[in-house]
Design a protein around this ligand. Structure first.
Ligand SMILES: *Cc1c(COP(=O)(O)O)cnc(C)c1O
Length: 462
């Protein structure tokens, strides 16, 4: 086996790592992973790391999951790939049918892409093209939330509000407007999460009232803005956003790339709009447990974006689900009225089989119910962390936990990452925000270990 050291040197000389200042690796070693099993990743020397971030939020049922492995292996013996233009295959049809059954009502048509950013691109293009096909070509701008993140290709960046990206690439993209985000940490003193969400929805209305004639779509990350630092907000905002988008003839794009596939407690976060949140002490201690499945109704967006967890973290795949109304606006004799978009690996059969196996696990293991129970237990286990004097805004939605650490270190994220590795944890803070987004198979013992060691790390960094 290659030694860790050798692999690091070869990687640094040949691989340009994503979203990384490569010079940092002069002092910060890369972590060479040789294999994975369940929640653990192992390096070539056999040292283990608990994958608390599900490898950038994609892994749901652990590394090397036997059931997903079996499905992909079976598919490998049949058909690895065929182009999806002019051809079709069982896995892509089955996946589309099953997603139609799981998604909010009315989203019957599945368009396939290769990753999250391409799903954003597809939805933006499809929305603007819809308005063009229906005689309103001036509706070609987009609206997003402050601190939004929808991917890093140029179209996706045009609806992504991250200062670092804007500064570097702003000149390459068409700038779109943003409206205030209902992140409850920004609420005024004495204002609860719901009141703040309502106030932000009023800003949305004010913007739409003036600009709706030029706006094709409003894109949101439902309930949790992931890359903003796990900013959580009250579902009433989504409810109002749906009403306002309908009223002003603007598409609503729900980017559930990170929050879909059960991450927020329901299969899709959009389902939670009509739930009365359990005692929501959001502005102080933001632990909101999702209510039972029976009560859900939720909203239907015009576009639902799915990626990340859909294949269980195995293979790149994304899906844009949309309505019959939108589909019909493209249905015509003219090629130019059809939707003009394709990727080489669109609807790859191996990826679709991984997704089908992932959906099987949800069904067979009653994952959403189990997660609900787990989250309640984990919140109790996390009590010492929540009550730590230097921990602020401890919050939880479904299987996502986050909090800020009061620390004197400007390079807290990097220090926390390095200390995490020492303590067998893969932690990847964003600034001074630490979050856990573990694979759903994490058990009590492992979560306990995560909390205990995180406390040790924090005590070293405050
Ligand atoms: C990760 C993410 C994307 C982009 O997905 P990629 O596969 O990384 O391109 C888009 N939107 C949200 C909300 C995400 O979290």
């Amino acid at each position: 086996m290659t030694s860790n050291h050798d692999l690091l040197a070869r990687s640094l000389s040949s691989v340009w790592h994503p979203c990384t200042q490569m010079k940092r690796h002069e002092t910060l070693p890369l972590v060479p992973i040789a294999r994975g099993e369940g929640v653990w990743l192992y390096d070539a020397d056999g040292k283990r790391y608990l994958d608390t971030v599900s490898s950038w939020w994609v892994n749901l049922f652990g590394h090397c999951n036997p059931r997903i492995n079996a499905a992909i292996t079976d598919q490998l013996g049949k058909l690895e790939h065929v182009m999806l233009a002019g051809f079709t295959h069982e896995p892509v049809v089955q996946l589309s049918e099953r997603l139609r059954g799981l998604a909010p009502a009315g989203l019957g048509h599945c368009f396939y892409g290769s990753d999250g950013a391409s799903a954003t691109e597809i939805a933006l293009k499809m929305s603007a093209h819809y308005w063009r096909n229906t005689g309103k070509p001036q509706k070609c701008e987009f609206l997003s939330l402050k601190n939004s993140y929808h991917g890093e290709t140029l179209g996706a960046l045009s609806v992504t509000d991250v200062a670092l990206f804007r500064d570097a690439y702003g000149s390459l993209i068409k700038q779109n407007a943003t409206v205030p985000c209902p992140d409850w940490r920004d609420a005024a003193a004495g204002e609860d999460a719901e009141a703040y969400a309502t106030r932000c929805a009023e800003s949305l209305e004010a913007h739409l009232r003036v600009h709706h004639e030029s706006i094709a779509a409003f894109i949101v990350e439902p309930l949790v803005q992931g890359a903003a630092g796990m900013a959580m907000y009250h579902p009433t905002y989504l409810q109002r956003a749906r009403e306002l988008c309908s009223q002003y003839d603007v598409h609503l794009i729900a980017d559930e790339i990170a929050v879909g596939m059960g991450r927020t407690g329901t299969m899709f976060a959009c389902e939670q709009t009509s739930l009365s949140p359990n005692p929501s002490p959001a502005c102080g201690r933001g632990v909101r447990e999702s209510a039972g499945e029976g009560k859900r109704t939720g909203i239907s967006p015009d576009f639902l974006l799915i990626s990340k967890g859909i294949t269980g973290g195995y293979l790149p795949l994304s899906i844009v689900m949309t309505t019959d109304d939108i589909y019909q606006a493209f249905y015509d004799d003219k090629t130019s009225r059809g939707f003009l978009h394709s990727h080489s690996y669109t609807g790859n059969p191996l990826a679709c089989r991984a997704a089908l196996a992932t959906l099987d696990i949800f069904e067979q293991d009653g994952v959403l119910n189990t997660n609900r129970d787990k989250a309640a237990i984990f919140n109790r286990i996390a009590t010492p962390l929540r009550e730590h004097a230097k921990v602020k805004h401890f919050r939880n939605t479904g299987m996502i936990w986050a909090f800020e650490v009061e620390t004197p270190h400007a390079d807290f994220a990097q220090r926390c990452f390095s200390l995490g590795l020492k303590h067998e944890l893969l932690l990847r803070p964003m600034g001074n925000t630490v979050y856990f987004m573990p694979p759903y198979i994490i058990d009590e013992t492992q979560f306990h270990l995560l909390i205990t060691r995180t406390l040790t790390i924090i005590d070293e960094l405050i």
